[in-house]
Structures are given as C-alpha cells and as structure tokens.
Design a protein around this ligand. Structure first.
Ligand code: GDP
Ligand code: MG
Length: 684
C-alpha cells in the first residue's frame, strides 16, 4: 500500500462528547471488531486500561490500526481531560490530521477550545463530527454557529434531518441524496436515495434543507476555488473530484472545516465520517515535512517521508506491559525500522536493538518485520528510550524536535507500609515515570518520604490508583499538596571555601558566586567567564554540576528553584589540592548561601480557570472566585450559560468542585489549566 493511502489521525473531543463510542464504531465498520463494545458496559476496546474502564474516560493514547476502502488508518487516541494536556500534545505531534467530535447538545466547551488551540499550534488539519443528534436538546445548527463564532470556520457536508428521537437520517450535500442507516444490523447497511425520492413524509423538509445548505456550501467553496466559481457562474456541472480536491486542499490549509453529523450510539453517520477521513485528511506525503536538527552542526534539516532515506523515528509514548516489557509507540518519519536491528538513540548516544515490532489492532497486536516512513507502530526491546527520544542511525545523526512538557504543580506523598513494599514502590515509580514525563518523583530530604508530583488532581489520582492497584503496592497516601517553587528577588554575592581531608587526600576549592533574579518564566541559567588558566575546565564543569543539582533542591524549603541566574565570578585554584568533588560541593553550598542573602521567595502555581454557570448563580460564582484570591478576566453570555474566565491560585482550588456543585445545584462546571508561577501571597 502506497504512503498516499495512509492516514495517521487522532480523535479529539471534550470529555463525554462521544470520542470512545465513535472510535468503537469506526473499528466496527472497518471490520476490526465484530461486536460493538459499549462504553457504558465498560467494555470499549480502546479504553483498555482497567482504570479507564472504571472511570469511563480515556487516558492513554494507544494507537490502533484499521483499513477502509484501500486505505490504512492509524488512530491515535487522545485524552479529553485538561489534566492530561501533555498526552494530548504528544499525540498531536505524531498526527497528520484529526477528527474533532462535538456533542450536539453541549456544543463547543471550554476544553474543546483548549484542544483546538493546541491543534492550531501543531497545525493539525481537522474535520468535525457533530455527535449525539439523538439526544434531547440536540441542535446541529446552534453547534455549527458556535463553531463558526469560536473558530471562524465551518462547511457542513451533511445536514441532519430531525433531531432527538426524530433524528432519522442525514442529507449528503455533495451526493444530493438522503441517507438512512439500518437499525437491524447496527447501521451496517446504508440506504441512499436521491433528494427527490426521499420518504414522502419528509420529502418537503429534506428538499428545503438541501436547497438552503447546498447554496451555503457552494458559496463557501467557490470563495476559495476559482474553477468552481466559474463553473457555478456558467451553471455548468461541477465534477465531484474537483469538489473533493478543493475540500482536501482547504482542510489542509485550515481555511475550511468539513462538518459531518450523526449519532455514534445509534449507528448513524459514522461511515461518511470515515470516508471523510480518507478523502480530506492528508497522507504523510501531503503534510509539511517534519523538522530535525543535525547533531554535528546544529543545522535544520527537513525530514522527507521516504522509506528509502536514512532512518529517523520518534518515540511518542511508552507503555509498560507486564508481559512484553516496555512498548515504545513510535512514528517513523523517514527510512524504516526492522526487527532484529540496532538503532541509535540519537539524544542518549546509545544503540539499542529492536527485538520485535507490532502493529496494534484495538489491543490485539500483529507482529510485523518492518515499520516504514509515515507509519506508526510499537517497538519492543528498548530499555533506555524515553518519550520524546529520536531513533536514528550512526551515520546520520539528527534530532527531531523534542517535546515540551508543562510543570507538575500538585503533589502527594506516598509511604510504603513496610521495607519490602518500599522496593515495590520504587519499581512502580520507575516504570510510571518512564511512561509519563510529566510526572516527577522526589524524596523529601528531611523526612525520607517519597513525593510524587503531577499536573492536576485527576492526574495524581490516576497515578496513585495505578501504584496501589496495578503494581499492588501497600502504602499510605497523603493529601494532595500544592507544589511550590522557590526563587530570589535581589542580587547577592557570596564566597564559599571548601577544605576537607578525605582518606589522607586534600580537597580544596574556593569560589565566588553572584546570584540574580531572572524574569518570571525565563528559567535558570549558569554562566562563567573564567578561562582555563583561572580554573581548568573539569573544575568549571564540577561547579556547573553542583549548581544544577542545587537548582533542584531548593533554597529554604526544598522546592525546585526557578528563574535564578548564577555567575561564577572568581575562583581560587590550587593545582595541588583542587578536586572536582571540592568544587562541586562548594558550588552547592555556595549557591544556597548566596540565595539566602538574595531575598528568597516562594512562588505558587496560578491556574487559568474557565467556569460555566446558569445566569442565576453567576453572582455567587464570581464572589467564590474573588474570595479565593482569584482575578476575573472576562465574562461572556454563551447561549443559556454565563462563561467566566479567571486566574486563581491553585491552592484555593482544592475541593472547589464540591463547592461549585452545591452552590449551583450541580449545574455549574469548571475546567482549569496551569498558567504561571507567581509570588505567593499569604491568605487567611
Ligand atoms: P468520550 O468521553 O468522549 O470518550 O465519550 P464516550 O464515548 O465515553 O461517551 C460518553 C457517553 O455518551 C456514554 O454514556 C455514551 O454512551 C454516550 N454517547 C456517545 N455517543 C452518543 C450518541 O451518539 N448519542 C447518545 N445519546 N449518547 C451517546
Ligand atoms: Mg472515552
């Protein structure tokens, strides 16, 4: 199968919009599964993790392959909860296109906007599916208005006939026909009849809808295609291929959003959506080539999706499987990867052998020999590879753009019940942090307690449950705590002298450090202008190591230090007694001492919060924000609800779910996302 017949897609949606159900239907219609798995029975094939099934939400981005009309489609599952934005981002990295699922009742929700912005940032072409047309309150036309207002694009290709329990079928604008899906065989048989021959009871309604939306459709399309415009003016027949080509081109450019509609649960409208995936979403050949950096000269290179070129691949997800060990979900960008061969982990400068390769079919793996450019699969045999690592070859060392992961802002302590549990816990934490780069484990130096940090309450909750259930560690879990940062507000200079005899050998170092605050968000840095004559390189490196370790260990309270600049101003170098050990120790101690004199401060995470509330509770909701030290940024009426956007310190948000629920009788909701760190203000 040629590369032009391959699609790497994600399905993105606000939680509960029906992503899992829609994916399940796609796997069913493409013949991957022979029975429809229902989310509500906890048996959906994509939600294979035990925990996900408990929660009914999708957390991990597993990849699965299916085939449709001479095309291979790799579906990367993207999570819908903002606590897992890192998961969303890393899947967006390897996608060539996405299906955005919206609920016909809920419409565009705050988190769909977050994900939309991320998709824009990664330039992922999209088509949309308005799901749940059978639900009470479903309104297709309102949702496309919302999409138009929020995102500025829309192009309905299908129009629903009826809504709620009267939702009967869909009109295809391009085919000028009315489609119904058989209730007898889970929608496998589709009946398609010309508009003029639609069932009599609905014929007028269908004809009218068709007229209105057919005109809008060609208005939008002809505005971006001269050839179609001319044919329209001449009132000539427009070849179907021309229409598809124009839509695919504009979808790739992000100037039009093809919209599909249906009800996954009721098996209506899914096959046209799959047609849309292969027609309008790009193949790996159609998208802009990935970018990489040559290791030897730091020059940017384009990575062309050519199976015969040098091998370059990106590990975008690691999963620890009890039987198989580490499964590295990998996208090959160029060249190919063969089982049994060794490849270079470019960043870690080590070779690792690929023992086996799998293509995943909704959790039933198929072993293959080769994974070629453009394709996605699972590599086994890697031990050192981590999420975001580039896999390549010795004679062509290129690093693919690495991924940025947000800061963990919330933490919880775990105490093993016994010494034997301690080992199990450490193993569990090692395995989990290899899978998930956004989660950090640290040992509290004073209490010896293990503390894990993550992106939000739900993220931590998922991790903790996995530790206790999947890894069967018996332990006591503390309450979630805000994970602070430390920084400084002033400049300060300090000279540190280190002198110690260890095993009859002298260790001596003396250094002067100057610390100064950097701008918020700028990060830490370390510089020195000392020359080799003033302090040889191995000792300058030792100082740098000492400083970098000190950044992680805090100033007064042990929270990581951020936005501090350190300069090594001068050093006393005694060739007889100088050791790396002495310089590293002097640096660590000197850093703490210098910072202590530089007005150290505590920084707290501030969250972006989006609230939705019925108007009658808006007063209460706003005061609940201000009493929590929050700042209201905007307020907007959105149909029947008020949307309030605010920034609030994370510390004040613990337990807010319950507060908001009881304040609004369960009708208000919120979502939040890390925004930035700011100086902690004491609140009563
Ligand atoms: P996800 O969170 O986006 O993966 O959404 P799910 O697929 O898990 O669906 C969430 C809930 O909506 C489940 O109870 C589904 O049965 C239900 N659901 C999904 N699709 C439809 C639909 O087309 N119509 C109706 N009425 N319910 C649906
Ligand atoms: Mg789901």
């Amino acid at each position: 199968m040629g590369l032009e017949h391959l699609r790497n897609i994600g399905i993105m949606a606000h939680i509960d919009a029906g992503k899992t159900t829609t994916t399940e239907r796609i796997l069913y219609y493409t013949g991957e599964t022979h029975r429809i798995g229902e989310v509500d029975n906890g048996e959906a094939t994509m939600d294979w993790m035990e925990q996900e099934q408990d929660r009914g939400i999708t957390i991990c981005s597993a990849a699965t392959t299916c085939y449709w009309k001479d095309h291979q489609i790799n579906i990367i599952d993207t999570p819908g909860h903002v606590d897992f934005t890192a998961e969303v981002e890393r899947s967006l990295r390897v996608l060539d296109g996405a299906v955005a699922v919206f609920c016909a009742v809920g419409g565009v929700q705050p988190q769909s906007e977050t994900v939309w912005r991320q998709a824009n940032a990664y330039k992922v072409p999209r088509i949309a599916f308005i799901n749940k047309m059978d639900r009470i309150g479903a309104n297709f036309f309102r949702v496309i208005d919302e999409i138009e207002t929020r995102f500025g694009v829309q192009l309905p290709l299908y129009i629903p006939v009826g809504a709620e329990s009267d939702f009967s079928g869909i009109i295809s604008i391009i085919d000028k026909s009315y489609l119904t899906f058989s209730k007898e065989d889970n929608g496998l048989s589709i009946e398609q009849c010309p508009i003029g021959e639609a069932p009599e009871m609905l014929r007028d309604q269908i004809a009218e809808l068709y007229e209105t939306w057919h005109e809008k459709f060609f208005d939008s399309l002809s505005a971006c295609d001269d050839e179609i415009m001319e044919l329209l003016l001449e009132e000539a027949e427009i070849p179907e291929e021309l229409i598809h080509t124009a839509i695919a081109r504009e979808t790739l450019a992000g100037t039009l959003l093809p919209i599909f509609v249906g009800s996954s649960l009721k098996n209506i409208g899914v096959q046209p959506l799959i047609d849309g995936v292969v027609r309008y979403l790009p193949s790996p050949l159609a998208i802009a080539p990935a970018k990489g950096i040559m290791v030897k000269n730091e020059q940017e290179v384009e990575v062309i999706a050519d199976p015969d070129a040098n091998t370059l691949a990106l590990v975008f997800k690691l999963q620890n499987d009890r039987e198989k060990g580490f499964m590295a979900f990998t996208r090959v960008y160029s060249g190919s990867i063969q089982s049994g061969k060794a490849y270079l982990n470019v960043g870690k400068k080590k070779r690792e052998r690929v023992s086996r390769i799998f293509r995943m079919h909704s959790n039933k793996p198929e072993q293959i020999d080769t994974l070629s450019a453009g394709d996605i699969g699972v590599l086994l045999g890697f031990k050192i590879a981590q999420t975001g690592d580039t896999i390549g070859q010795d004679n062509y060392q290129v690093l693919l753009e690495s991924m940025d992961f947000p800061e963990p802002v919330i933490s919880v302590s775990i105490e093993p019940k016994s010494l034997s549990e301690q080992d199990k816990l450490k193993k569990a934490l090692d395995a989990l942090s290899a899978e998930d780069p956004t989660f950090v484990t640290k040992e509290n130096q004073e209490t010896g307690q293990l503390v894990i940090s993550g992106m939000g309450e739900l993220h931590l909750d998922v991790l903790v449950t996995r530790i206790l259930k999947e890894f069967r560690v018996e332990g006591r879990v503390g309450k979630p705590q805000v994970s602070y940062r430390e920084s400084i507000e002033k400049n300060a200079k300090h000279t540190e002298r280190f002198e110690r005899v260890v095993g009859g050998k002298d260790n001596f170092a003396e250094i002067t450090l100057e610390v100064s605050p950097a701008k918020r968000g700028e990060g830490n840095s370390y510089t020195t202008s000392l020359t080799d004559a003033e302090l040889p390189r191995e000792f300058r490196d030792a100082v740098s190591r000492g400083i970098n370790n000190a950044f992680g260990a805090g100033i007064r309270l042990g929270y990581p230090v951020v936005d501090a600049h350190v300069e090594l101003v001068s050093a006393v170098y005694d060739p007889q007694k100088a050791t790396s050990f002495a310089f590293e120790a002097a640096a660590a101690m000197g850093f703490d001492a210098a910072c202590a004199g530089a007005s150290p401060i505590l920084l707290e995470p501030i969250m972006d919060v989006v609230l939705e509330t019925p108007p009658e509770y808006v007063g209460d909701v706003m005061s609940s924000i201000t009493t929590r030290g929050g700042l209201i940024k905007t307020m907007e009426t959105k149909d029947t609800v008020q949307e309030v956007i605010a920034t609030i310190p994370l510390e004040s948000m613990f337990g807010y779910t319950t507060v908001l629920r009881s304040m609004s009788q369960g009708r208000a909701s919120f979502s939040m996302e890390f925004s930035h760190f700011a100086k902690k203000i004491e609140r009563s």
